[in-house]
Write a protein that binds this ligand. Structure first.
Ligand code: FES
Length: 109
């Protein structure tokens, strides 16, 4: 099976299109493996640091879903840039449904 395509918009507006994301991998790891600017993943995916903050494109919000309570709490603590479409991308797993998803990287504060 071919990979899932994920687009990250880096802080300077560059679109990084990754076409071979592996199902089950976290989007934070996909971003780091592909050198996406602004995704640091300092806590290793533990939902504790907020350095994997992204905004989910509006039309993808229903597919990606909302943060759970723990993720919401971390977002509250680590960023003032939180919006309705904020997610910590270490908490999102690649799935076939996400093929084509577009995420904007929010630089850590
Ligand atoms: S990598 Fe730390 S919160 Fe996602």
């Amino acid at each position: 099976m071919s990979g899932v395509t994920i687009t990250f918009v880096e802080p300077d507006g560059t679109e990084k299109i990754i076409e071979d994301a592996v199902v089950g991998e976290s989007l934070m790891n996909v971003a780091k493996d592909n050198g996406v600017e602004g995704i640091w993943g300092d806590c290793g995916g533990g939902c504790a640091c907020g350095t994997c903050h992204v905004y989910v494109d509006e039309k993808w919000q229903d597919v990606v879903g909302k943060p759970d309570d723990i993720e919401e709490m971390t977002l509250d603590m680590v960023t003032e840039a939180q919006q309705d479409n904020s997610r910590l991308c270490c908490q999102i797993q690649v799935s076939p449904e996400l093929d084509g998803v577009r995420l904007t990287v929010v630089p850590a504060e």
